[in-house]
Design a protein around this ligand. Structure first.
Ligand SMILES: Nc1ncnc2c1ncn2[C@@H]1O[C@H](COP(=O)(O)OP(=O)(O)O)[C@@H](O)[C@H]1O
Ligand SMILES: [Mg+2]
Length: 198
């Protein structure tokens, strides 16, 4: 019994210990989990739409953790908490606080110096967050919502469309998304910026 999950390419597996921290014990499949998480995330998005956030607030550790908490608080006890296990992606668990600080400071620097156009700053911020992999799971969705918050509240521009598709579903759009991510891993952000607006 318990939660039996299937994974698709580029998804981070959830440890057995992390699975035990599921708040809704009746969830037993990937489909059910996806649905419950999606409901929770929609609540978080509503929160971001009805609240004003300053750039200073957005670019803080506390806020970045809070976004994850708001996205998954009904589902996972570890929502909003830095991961305590290592994953096949992301920095070592002990280095997360230091890396998160660096991501924030770099993003502040890009903004202060107009290093890149606003869309690219938000997409670079997203990519650095997901590379750090702060949480046991939900890092992809969290990083995209953080980029949406930064571009809308910080730069007064519309949120991204991220391929206009549910990226948790296997298929052509997710493949294009992952290809763009791998280019960004190599330092080329152009494709990921284009994808974010497609
Ligand atoms: N090589 C990579 N570089 C950067 N990000 C990656 C890479 N591989 C996967 N990702 C990101 O990590 C996400 C998977 O992490 P996960 O915590 O499971 O997030 P979610 O549960 O929201 O999908 C992918 O959706 C993708 O955004
Ligand atoms: Mg996942």
């Amino acid at each position: 019994m318990g939660l039996n999950l299937e994974y698709i390419n580029g998804q981070t597996p959830i440890d057995e210990e992390e699975k035990e921290e599921l708040k809704i014990k009746t969830i037993s499949s990937r489909r059910e989990l996806d649905e419950f998480e999606q409901k929770n995330i929609e609540e978080a998005i509503e929160w971001t739409l009805r609240t004003n956030f300053s750039l200073e607030e957005i670019l803080s550790e506390a806020f970045i953790l809070k976004v994850h908490l708001k996205m998954f608080n009904h589902i996972w006890k570890w929502s909003g908490q830095i991961r305590k296990s290592n994953k096949n992606i992301g920095v070592d668990k002990y280095l997360i606080p230091v890396e998160l600080r660096k991501v924030i400071d770099d993003c502040k620097y890009w903004i202060a110096n107009d290093s890149f156009p606003p869309d690219e700053i938000a997409v670079r911020f997203k990519h650095r967050l997901v590379k750090t992999h702060i949480f046991p799971n939900g890092n992809g969705r969290h990083s995209r919502l953080c980029a949406d918050i930064l571009i809308s509240h910080g730069f007064n521009r519309s949120v991204f469309s991220w391929g206009s598709y549910d990226l948790s579903i296997k298929g052509g759009v997710r493949t294009r998304y992952l290809e763009a991510i791998y280019k960004a891993d190599a330092g080329n952000y152009e494709q990921l910026v284009l994808f974010a607006r497609s």
